[in-house]
Every structure is written in C-alpha cells, then in structure tokens.
Design a binder for this molecule. Structure first.
Ligand code: SF4
Length: 748
C-alpha cells in the first residue's frame, strides 16, 4: 500500500515532482482562518478582487479574541461575519468553539487538502486529509484560487503497536513521546503518517490530539487512515456522505523515514517549562507544587478528555493549594455532551471553573497564572509568557495527569489512583454547533453586502521592493527558539490590535526586549539576528507584519521554523542563514551591516556578502526555492503577484490549472456548497499539465482510491489585483463604509 500522504499530494499536485525538499504546488480544497489571523487574511483576499472564494469550502472561526470589553474585538467579529457572507465562506460565531476542533467535527474530509491560518490546522489530519497550517496571506492566496506552494515534505511512517493502557495513559503521551524522541525541530519538512495495528485502537479524537500537536515538532502535517473508526465519527456527525475509506502505507519502504512506538510501553509524560519538547516521565516531577491546573482548550478538549477528568474528580474537591482550575471544551457540541453525561456537574462541584468553548487561557485570554508560579495544562504550547504571565512556568500533560494533580495540588502520577467509572457517552448533537456556523449568502445576493470596518481595522501595510543593498543596524541578537509569540505577544491587550499592524508593532518583542520598537523606529529599520528555529510556534502572520512595519528587511538566523519562514517571505523580509553558524557570535546590537547584491537572489545568487561596521566580512546564504527568490526580490507576495500581472499572460498561464477539470468535485455532504466558480471566466489552456493530467487524458488514473477532486483555476487574481489598484476603479473602495450589511449569513 502506498503512503496515503504521498497519494493525496500526488492527486493534488499542480507543479513540481514529489521529491522531498524540492518546490511543489498543490491544489487546495478547503481553507480556514480564525479571527486573530482572519481579519488580515480576508483584507489580503480582498486585494485579489474576486467576488467569491475559489475553494470548495472556506470557513472563518471566531475563537481567539472573543472578549468584548470595548469596540475592537466586536468590530473584528462584525467585519469577519460580513466578509464571510459576501465572499462565500462559512462563519462560526464566537462561543461556538475552537477552529481546529470544529473543523474536525464539521468539515474535515478524507482525501482532501486543507490550508489554515492556524498552526494547529494539522488536527484535521485525523480525518485522513492533508491539513497544513500557514500564514494568513498564503491562505488568502489559496482562497483566491492559487495553489499552495511548499517544499515537498518527506513522509515519516509512524508504526504504532499494541494499545494504550487506559485510562491513565492517553493519546497525549503518544505525541509527547514523539516530541521526546525528536524535539521541537524533529519534524521539519515532514508529514507524519500513522499506521500499524495500534492505530485502529485510537479514537478519532485521540488521533486529533496527535495530529494537533504534530505542529510542535515543526512538521508540515500528520495523516491517519480513514477507517471504520473514522466512519463511525462521520456517521455520528451526520456526514457519512463525506466519508471515503482510505488506507495508509503499511510497509517501511512506503516511507522516507520510520518511527516505531509501542503504545503499551508508554508512561505518563510531561513537557517542562518552557518548551513542548522538554519532555520527561511524570516520575521525575512528582510533588512539583502547582498554583493552577487547566484542562481542555487547544488540545485534549474532546468529550472523552473532559469525561476522564470529571469522573476522576467526581465527589472530590480540587486541592486547596490551587489558586484555580479550569476546563474548556473544544466546541459547543462537546459542551452539550458533557452537560448530558453529568461531567459538567462533576467538574463544577469539584471546584473547576467552567469556561466557554474558545482558545481562552491557551492564548493568554484570561486565566493567567500567578507570577513565578507553576501552571499545569493539557495544552499544546508552553512558550514563555504565552499564558499572559511573563515569568510563567507552564507544564504540559495529559488530562489524566491533570486530574490527578488537581486532587493533590502538585504534579501527580494518575496510576496511583483507582480507575474511575466513566459515564456513558451521550450521542453527539452536531446541530448544536452547526446551527451557529452561518452559511454564506448566495452569490446573487452577496454583492449588496457592504463591509463594516471599525476604526481599529487598518489595511495591510504596503509592500516595498527589496533594495539591492541594505545598510542597516542590528536591532537585536536573539537566542535559539524565538517563538512567534515573542515577536507578536499573546494576551487580550495585544491581540485586540490584530487588525491594526502599526499599533500591534509597538508590542514587538515586548517580553524579551521592550525597547525594540523604539530602537527600530529611531534607527530607520534594521536586521534581526537569531539562533536556531527562529519563528517556532503559531502561524500568526503578525510576527512578520509587525517587524516589517518597523523597517526590518532581513532576518539572519541559524535556521527557521517552516510557517514563519514562509510568512517572512510573503511579507518581503529576506530569511538569510549564516553560511558559518559560528558567525552568529560576531553579531552585536547596534553594529552596522552592509548586505549587497540582494536583487541578484532572483537571478540565482546563493551567497550574500555582509560587511560589519565597514570592516570584517561574513557570508550569508539562503534556502529559497525558485519562486520564493522572485517573491523576496519583489518585496513580498502581494507585490510579486501584482508584478506577475504586469508580466502578462504568460505568467498567468504558468499558474492556471486545466479548465476541463474545474468543478469536478463539489462538496457532497450536508453543509457543502459549490464554490464561487465563475462560468464566464476565461478558459485558458494549461501549458504545464501534471502527470495526473496526462494520465487522465490517456484514460489512466494515478490515485484510484481517492475521490475526484476539484481543481481550481489559478491566477485570475493577478489581473484583478492590478485592477483593484487602478485609480479608475474607485468604486471598490466605496465598500469601506460604516453600515451594517443587509444580511450576514444564515444559520441552517
Ligand atoms: S490559541 Fe490555542 S486553542 Fe486557539 S487555535 Fe491556537 S492552539 Fe488552538
């Protein structure tokens, strides 16, 4: 059996060959965004001038900035609701649940491709699809019908043997074990495909836990089979029509690399502060005092996760040593289930604070721990300050470890407890969540919708061409593993400015170097110098937009995290590498660096000389793929696409998919709709047919197990983008009025 991940990639391949590390582009079936990334992504989508999104399914979720303490967040919600209705995206209301959870419930589909402006988009890999986190601009580009470009990932086969020793050993321990084995950089450039007899013993939501946190390895994604367990889930969700059985590879030579994990041999694991890769057995931490325990939210917020905590606490109280304990279900559907089963009451009477289904404490939106205290969480990330407290000490664990620790007020081993009696699992009621996912307004009504923009919603900054020479000062010399949360911090105050780049830029490096924004403005921009894994963590594009706003034109690091590297390129910041990593030690704050020949990167230049303070010279290199070279030289992705329009029809043709295949596969299940394909759009021949095109023309099929896919026409946005900027088209700008739209989507 071939690798499922490779088969899906092959079926969606638009450009390139499936050779790991080389540039490929794949057609995208689904796109998602959430409110923290979505306002900027939707404004960038607007620049393409399309009347509707050009993917089968696009969904915008409101789950991050749901506090409505002044006008800023509700203005964003209103904007996103109107944009979704107008442009053909589904809109999930605040309080409905977390984007990557609801997507697994209501939209994930075997064999499809999904790109999401959220790094944990990967969770949908539990449904047997390719689900990739990306920056907001990359998602906007996909929503405009372009393929998604990426370095071809290698496929790592993870063979699971035997079965977890439930209830105290859980799926969280599987992914923590992978993090223990490989670390936070151990998945870069890879999709992890889970196979072996142990897979069938994992539930759909347990698979989701693993696929969610594959992002913490820096991986491109995770894929599970679509099997009987998946089918049962789809049946319960009323989505059997969306189900297709898909098998994973089953032999070691189906994969580029392999890992073996014996599920029966796992022990409870904990990631210590302040990295998800800092994993040790719980034994090493027994007795560590705690001020707070939080369950649910970003991962482990399924019904089963909540139920194991509730039943462990049943009839007891959380330890008086704790300041607080919280529980956050992943979606309204899960909240409904824990209410039906009695788990809600178990948690409530034990003293747990019940939070609404949203990101909440995962992203510092309330429930920050006390200063210098320990917080134990079932979440996926524990980067410094992410909780909202600058000197936090956050440990990550499974729900079982969290429940045992709630009872004692210190990190505890659940295996010391008698397994509790679990409540009967109530049937899921998908209408509880689907009823608050508003259907886009039909295309013929949508044109009358006007987009309300509050005063905090500012257009994306204009991109500028890369100069051939940059002579600027070093603004910061940062260590390894700088996260996007360091660059653009979490928390209610900062995140309320996600729609206002000039304002959010004032918080860049707030926790590490609060003087950074002032220095950058006084010095007229500059360079960021960093160690390994620069930009790990969330997909937030603001971690690139804010430095760009402050005049940063290049980041020189030992290595980059995948999504952030791509965000830098998209925003016109050149990601450069030290040719000799030891030269990192020569960097000092305030030095003047002179980089020359930058425009030649587009013509194949691989080594960039840098003169330090007019004296010693060091050399930088890069790993830019061919199209990425063109993008950085142009000054960013929007500017590149705009210029591509200028280069004319030939550039357009290079991106256009074969029209004969457009619209072959419309969504089949309940709640799907035909995307906004425009039958009057020009039908251009594809000058670069893929191997799949050729196979079909010859009557062959290269991936018979997969459902036929929809192929998008790519590239029309290039010309429309240009139209948008022409002075003769002011009418498009007139939509920026403060008036409520006539209708903002419909509940079904
Ligand atoms: S902030 Fe947390 S809960 Fe929200 S999408 Fe990100 S990981 Fe998930």
């Amino acid at each position: 059996m071939a690798s499922l991940a490779r088969t899906i990639l092959d079926e969606h391949l638009v450009r390139g060959e499936l050779v790991p590390g080389t540039e490929i582009a794949i057609a995208i079936d689904q796109a998602l965004a959430q409110d923290a990334t979505g306002t900027m992504a939707m404004m960038q989508f607007e620049l393409f001038g399309h009347e509707r999104v050009e993917v089968e399914t696009a969904v915008v979720y409101v789950d991050h900035n749901i506090l409505q303490i002044d006008f800023k967040n509700p203005d964003d919600h209103r904007f996103l609701q109107a944009m979704s209705a107008k442009y053909g995206a589904w809109f999930s209301r605040p309080g409905n649940g977390i984007c990557h959870y609801i997507h697994c419930e209501r939209f994930a589909t075997p064999g499809k491709t999904l790109v999401g402006a959220d790094s944990h988009t990967t969770q949908s890999g539990s449904a047997g699809m390719i689900a990739i986190g990306a920056g907001g601009l990359d998602v906007a580009v996909c929503m405009a019908g372009h393929p998604f470009e990426l370095p071809c990932p290698k496929i790592v086969g993870v063979f699971l043997e035997n079965e977890l020793q439930r209830p105290w050993i859980q799926a969280k321990d599987v992914i923590l074990e992978l993090l223990r084995l490989r670390g936070v950089r151990g998945g870069r450039g890879a999709i992890f495909e889970f196979t072996g007899p142990g897979v069938s013993t994992l539930s759909y939501t347990e698979r989701g836990t693993i696929a969610n946190m594959i992002a913490e390895l820096g991986a491109t994604g995770a894929v599970f089979p679509a099997d009987d367990e998946t089918k049962s889930w789809f049946d319960e969700q009323g989505r059997l029509d969306d189900f297709t059985a898909l098998e994973t590879g089953d032999a070691e030579n189906d994969f580029d690399e392999v890992e073996h994990i014996d599920l029966a041999a796992l022990v409870p694991l904990v990631a210590k502060p302040s990295s998800p890769g800092n994993v040790v057995p719980v034994d090493e931490l027994i007795g560590t005092p705690l001020a707070q325990v939080c369950v649910g939210s970003s991962v482990n917020s399924s019904y089963e996760d909540m139920a194991v905590v509730g039943s462990t606490l049943r009839g007891s109280r959380i330890s008086e040593k704790l300041i607080s304990a919280t529980a956050t279900p992943g979606s309204r559907q899960i909240l409904d289930q824990i209410t039906q089963s009695g788990t809600y009451v178990d948690l409530l009477t034990a003293g747990v604070r019940m939070l609404e289904p949203a990101c909440g404490p995962c992203v510092g939106m309330g429930q920050a721990p006390p200063s210098g205290a320990n917080s134990l969480r079932t979440f996926n990330r524990n980067f410094p300050g992410r909780s909202g407290t600058a000197d936090d000490n956050v440990y990550l664990c499974s729900p079982a470890v969290a429940a045992a620790s709630m009872l004692k007020g210190e990190i505890s081993d659940p295996r010391e407890l008698t397994p509790p009696e679990m409540p009967a699992r109530p049937p899921a009621r998908p209408a509880v969540v689907q009823g608050h996912i508003l259907e886009p307004v039909p295309a013929d009504e949508a044109s009358s919708i006007e987009i309300p923009r509050g005063p905090n919603i500012k257009p994306p900054p204009e991109q500028k061409e890369l100069p051939d020479t940059l002579e600027l000062r070093v603004l910061i010399v940062a260590p390894d593993d700088i996260s996007t949360g360091d660059l653009s911090p979490d928390g209610a105050t900062v995140m309320a400015y996600r729609s206002n780049v000039p304002a959010i830029a004032e918080f860049t490096f707030q926790h590490r170097d609060p003087e950074f924004p002032r220095r950058a403005k006084e010095w007229g921009g500059g360079f960021i110098v960093a160690g390994d894994n620069y930009g790990q963590g969330s997909s937030r594009e603001h971690a690139a937009l804010a430095p760009a706003q402050l005049g940063v034109r290049a980041v020189i690091a030992k290595s980059f995290a995948r999504i952030h590297r791509r965000n830098l390129i998209a925003q016109g910041i050149v990601p450069l590498l030290f040719k000799d990593a030891a030269d990192y030690d020569k960097a000092e704050l305030g030095q003047t660096w002179r980089l020359s020949g930058l425009q030649e990167i587009g013509e194949g230049l691989d080594e960039i000389p840098c003169q330090i303070d007019g004296d010693q010279e060091i050399t930088f290199t890069h790993d830019l793929l061919p199209r990425e070279r063109e993008i950085v030289v142009a000054g960013g992705l929007i500017r590149y696409l705009n210029e591509a329009g200028d280069r004319g029809r030939e550039a357009l043709r290079r991106l256009v998919r074969a029209p004969a295949r457009r619209g072959q596969n419309v969504g089949r299940g309940r709640g799907r709709r035909q995307p906004g394909a425009d039958p009057a759009a020009p039908q251009l021949p594809d000058p670069h047919p893929t191997r799949q095109d050729q196979a079909r023309e010859q009557g062959g099929r290269t991936a018979p197990r997969l459902p036929a896919r929809s192929v998008r026409r790519c590239g029309q946005g290039l010309l429309r983008l240009r139209d948008f900027r022409e002075p003769g088209r002011p009418e498009r700008r007139r939509s920026e009025v403060e008036r409520a739209p006539p209708t903002l989507g419909r509940a079904i």
